[in-house]
Design a protein. Structure first.
Lengths: 275, 290
């Protein structure tokens, strides 16, 4: 499991989990799960198109996740945001279906793009993943204050002169960047589980942003590490483990938060009775 | 006429089945879709379609029609989503996301079993992207029954559903069971999405649900009229899509036909963009006359 060809896998997956945990925090805070789901799906069409043209998959992924993010931003300005997101997803996927029917792509490769191909990551791919991951983290660090302010209290952000449309655009671009980094490793559909599950769990447990971000990253890392190990041992697709573990983490966190609240209430009552 | 309809269009059985299936799906999706857009539940609708992948791939393993898989899982998932997060809008968003994520993971496993246990490798593509031409005509009675059932349910619950969609506080003040209506509507959405997943595949099913409805709601504010318009434009998109896909058989580059799902989605988008320019032209004219 830790042999030399697996080192790349561990490195790439750890990077992806770290950025998914951090960016996922903002996704959940902004209630933008749908966007986080839509952009990776658009990217899938890009990968299909890239294989048709014979250019690099990463280029196709980048171009289409950018295109998807900008379409959501553009359509969302005029109409309902969720409708805009839904429509941009289906347009991109429709294009993906067309590209797939044109190219002689095998079903297994499509499957890998959708559900991830962790085993067999090459050295150059790891380098790209790590560099893009570092850029994403840097972007989050730069945007930290405005993102947090406009996500948590949009009214306050507006009074401080923060343009919400600009922050929204920056956020969409960030999601596109993270998508490009992660999709080659965990696949278009499961990038999303990794962003939502751990971050949702973290926010159920803590209301403080810094704590929640750390928790979310930690949960995402554990999810990915356990998934790689389980996938290596069972030979089942990694996406299955990522999806289920992320879901379980969320359910466990919700239950734990409810239990903590109950205990706090009963302690309070005891205190009141004692007085 | 010959240029428009390739020879043999109306004589082919798959085409005839596809036309009937497309009509049922478009009408049911149009009606449900208008309510989905009014309730701002596009994400739930989309998620139910994606979740259907689990059912579709399980049905593939069990060797039954994917429709039953779509239906079973959509009803199950809609219940889970309501159970998880109802208290706040953001809670609903995360709950939908988590259910969707877990379901996608499960479908990864089932599709993996599909591709390894059977000799056919196309399960993933068929379930995800669908094709109207592969729907078996044996399913027609069941499809008609489901589509009719959804339309009937909307008719029966029309007023309460609409009121609770526009303002849940007002509906609760009027003594309506808001929670029950929410669950019932989500189950109906599940059925509607399953139908359209059969037609255009699980990950494109959103197109028929949201596209025509959103276009219609840009043109009229009346829900009843919007439902009619959405049904009609959905019908036009599917039928034209079938025709174009049939005609595309000799088109470049592959000369094996373009996918029918692509045409349906593209036409839905064209209608949406068209409705936008129509409504803005109309409002310009209205401003000009006053």
């Amino acid at each position: 499991m830790f042999s030399s060809f697996m080192v790349n896998t561990w490195l790439a997956a750890t990077t992806v989990a770290a950025i998914a945990g951090v960016v996922g925090f903002f996704v959940v805070l902004r209630g933008a799960s749908f966007v986080a789901h839509a952009v990776p799906k658009s990217a899938f069409a890009g990968a299909a198109g890239a294989s048709l043209l014979g250019i690099s998959t990463l280029g196709g992924l980048g171009a289409f996740s950018l295109l998807g993010a900008l379409t959501i931003g553009w359509l969302g300005r005029r109409g309902r945001h969720d409708v805009a997101t839904a429509l941009s997803i289906v347009v991109m996927l429709g294009l993906g279906a067309l590209f797939l029917s044109w190219s002689a792509e095998y079903a297994s490769e499509i499957y890998a793009l959708l559900f991830g191909q962790v085993l067999g990551v090459s050295g150059s791919e790891v380098l790209v993943t790590v560099v893009l991951g570092a850029v994403s983290l840097l972007a989050v660090a730069t945007l930290y204050r405005p993102l947090l302010l406009s996500s948590a209290t949009p009214e306050l952000a507006a009074t401080r002169g923060l343009r919400s449309s600009r922050v929204e655009l920056a956020f969409l671009l960030l999601v596109a960047l993270v998508t490009t980094t992660a999709v080659p490793v965990v696949g278009a559909l499961l990038m999303f589980s990794l962003m939502i599950g751990p971050a949702g769990a973290a926010q159920a447990l803590s209301r403080r942003p810094a704590t929640a971000i750390c928790l979310s990253t930690a949960i995402a890392l554990c999810t990915v590490w356990l998934s790689i190990a389980a996938s290596y041992l069972s030979n089942w697709p990694i996406g299955f483990f990522v999806g289920t573990l992320a879901g379980l983490a969320y359910v466990a966190a919700r239950l734990a938060a409810a239990a903590l609240r109950r205990r706090a209430v009963s302690v309070e009552r005891l205190g009141a009775a004692g007085r | 006429m010959r240029a428009l309809f390739e020879p043999g269009f109306f004589a082919s059985t798959p085409v005839r089945t596809a036309l009937v299936v497309g009509a049922i799906v478009a009408l049911a999706s149009g009606v449900i879709g208008v309510l989905t857009v009014i309730r701002s539940q596009s994400f739930s609708g989309h998620a139910l379609g994606d979740v259907g992948t689990v059912g579709g791939s399980a049905a593939f393993l069990a060797n039954v029609s994917p429709l039953w898989g779509f239906l079973g899982i959509a009803v199950l998932a809609s219940g889970t989503m309501e159970l998880f997060g109802v208290e706040r809008r953001r809670g609903r968003d995360v709950a939908t996301g988590v259910v969707l994520g877990a379901a996608l993971g499960l479908s990864a496993l089932l599709l993996y079993f599909d591709t390894t246990s059977t000799s056919t490798s196309g399960a993933a593509v068929t379930i995800l992207f669908g094709s109207l031409f592969t729907v078996s005509s044996d399913l027609l009675p069941a499809l008609a029954g489901l589509g009719g059932g959804v339309l009937g349910a909307v008719l029966v619950m029309y007023r309460p559903l609409l009121l609770s969609s526009v303002s849940s506080e007002l509906a609760a003040a009027n003594g309506l069971p808001v929670r029950f209506l929410g669950v019932a509507f989500l189950v109906m959405t599940g059925i509607g999405v399953s139908l359209s997943a059969l037609a255009v595949g699980t990950i494109l099913s959103t197109a028929l649900l949201i596209g025509p409805a959103a276009a219609a709601l840009r043109l009229t504010r009346r829900p009843g009229r919007a439902m009619l318009a959405a049904g009609a434009s959905g019908l036009a998109a599917t039928w034209l899509g079938i025709l174009l896909a049939y005609d595309s058989f000799y088109w470049p580059p592959a000369r094996k036909g373009w996918p029918v799902s692509f045409f349906v989605v593209a036409l839905v988008l064209v209608f949406y963009v068209g409705s936008g320019s129509l409504s803005s032209a109309r409002s310009r004219r209205a401003r000009g006359t006053t």
